[in-house]
Design a binder for this molecule. Sequence first.
Ligand code: SAM
Ligand code: MD0
Ligand code: SF4
Length: 329
Amino acid sequence: MNKEEIIHILETEDENEIRGLFERAAAVRRRVQGDKIFAYGFVYFTTYCRNNCNFCYFRRSNGIERYRKSEEEILALSKALMDSGVDLIDLTMGEDPLYHKENFETVIRIIRELKSMGTSVMISPGVVPDEVIDGFCEAGADIFALYQETHNRELFKRLRKDQSYDERMHAKLYARDRGMYIEEGILSGVGETDSDVADSLLAMGEMGARQVRVMSFVPQEGSPMENFKTPDRMRELKIIALMRIMYPEALIPASLDVDGIAGLRDRINAGANLITSIIPPRSGLMGVAHSVMDVDEGGRTVEEASEILRSMGLRIADHKEFVDFLNLK
Ligand code: SAM
Ligand code: MD0
Ligand code: SF4
């Protein structure tokens, strides 16, 4: 799809056209992977952060309670998630100054340990030095996640205050060049234009991202953007469908972080092939866009998701099926 076609889809309110878009996207997903949907466990192991992103609940200046899980806790929580049937563990962190000081030795050890336990691993560390990325890579991390949020530099400056667009992009491309798959992502509803979204969708392909995501912005109490409105979900769903049609073999999340388990069905129907933000209940672990929604109630579990998928004629893939899919290209 070219830029004009993408913008047209984002603009259209024609119901037939929109229905056709989702049907086409879901058909592409079915053709590529049949009834299989992947599932990622989410382990947000430190919520300390040196950055002050205007959209984020965990920004430095927000006076919230924070936690930092120990190595043992991280491994035990990951094991529980693996046993529950997830295909990958996403180790996510705020840009916690402690780890930067220690040069990420602990995180690298955890990746190695998880790999030896037989799961796939994603690392979402924020911006880190090249040597640390080398360490993640040598430890066997499969996917490196770092979302630009937008590919409009002016908007980036407003969202990720005092951070460098180029350094963030560099870390991601360095990880790719070292042989990791990379995930790129954008936010919907943060002041971006349709033209910005089209630029982002095209950029994702150019940089060779294996996983691509969009999340609707959720306003956070105490943050500078707390009075922003959360965008209409149709925009996120259209972007998911566009990504699926443009990149048939991409990993595209239906994130439980945005609307909880209630948001799963629509995102899968729009062409997502993967459920993210599965979190063990009563573990003290948090989500990002919705830090607690559905977590302790057990809503963000493989069990709950499987039940919904079953009613749609779909199922969660086992780890071997996921690895086969990852190695496709
Ligand atoms: N601290 C690391 C970083 O920022 O790269 C790792 C965490 S990263 C996975 C958190 C991501 O969640 C952000 O990149 C952003 O895309 C998304 N996010 C954060 N706050 C959000 C919000 N209020 N609404 C929607 N998405 C949000
Ligand atoms: C998610 N809350 O998958 C997580 C997070 C980090 N790699 C991903 C934004 O929705
Ligand atoms: Fe920190 Fe990431 Fe939140 Fe930005 S998005 S404040 S880097 S945790």
